[in-house]
Design a binder for this molecule. Structure first.
Ligand SMILES: [Zn+2]
Length: 215
């Protein structure tokens, strides 16, 4: 089963990807991991990518797609893969379609985890941090005493990144960037929308119903 997973920040994509990879025994493939592994191992493309990363520049698409191609031809991808965080643009999607057809591993489905902006704001803005590194959530993981760190007793604070205004801005950028890709895969007939509002287990079960079709 060849799957790509989409979802906004706060939709629980990372958690789902980890669980799905274990459950179906297919590798969870993220471009960040591939880049790190290739830079670490000093592969030809890894060294090329590093030149850009060292300058603080984005790794060009042709380098990235080469790395993804190499990764997907490794033996553990024989029965499938779970692609996470790629593609992010239409040119990347086009390039991906090309190499997947080349290596005969076309996507079976693009699973898009949908959660409303209001719900995401609720999830993301509830985070409270401590200077000691601990973090909490006012609803999902509250400290024993409101506003105080369990570990060190210091007063908790809300990071700027976790403020509603900043989150809404981030989500609107995500929606704007992702929309064309959603349309792209919808037109290709392989987009499946999953309601990501419920509990983690319920969302997992819904995703499995889709993925089971491609076992
Ligand atoms: Zn603390």
């Amino acid at each position: 089963m060849n799957i790509a997973l989409f979802g906004p920040p706060g939709a629980g994509k990372g958690t789902q990807a980890k669980e799905l990879s274990k459950y179906y025994n297919i590798p969870h493939i993220s471009t960040g991991d591939i880049l790190r592994a290739n830079v670490r191992d000093g592969t030809e493309l890894g060294l090329k990518a590093k030149q850009y990363m060292d300058k603080g520049e984005l790794v060009p698409d042709e380098v990235l797609i080469g790395l993804i191609r190499n990764r997907l031809t490794e033996p553990d991808c024989e029965t499938g893969y779970l692609l996470d965080g790629y593609p992010r643009t239409i040119p990347q999607a086009d390039a991906l379609t090309g190499i997947l057809s080349d290596i005969n591993k076309p996507l079976d489905a693009v699973i898009n985890i949908e959660v409303s902006d209001d719900e995401l704001v609720k999830r993301l803005s509830g985070r409270r941090s401590c200077t000691c590194g601990e973090s909490y959530h006012v609803v999902f993981n509250p400290p024993e005493k409101e506003g105080v760190c369990n570990a060190c007793g210091a007063e908790l604070y809300q990071r700027d990144d976790d403020k509603e205004e900043v989150i809404r801005q981030r989500l609107s950028v995500y929606n704007e960037k992702t929309k064309p890709l959603i349309n792209y895969y919808d037109d290709a007939g392989i987009l499946v929308n999953i309601d990501g509002t419920g509990a983690v287990d319920a969302v997992f079960a819904d995703i499995c119903k889709v993925m089971d079709q491609f076992k």
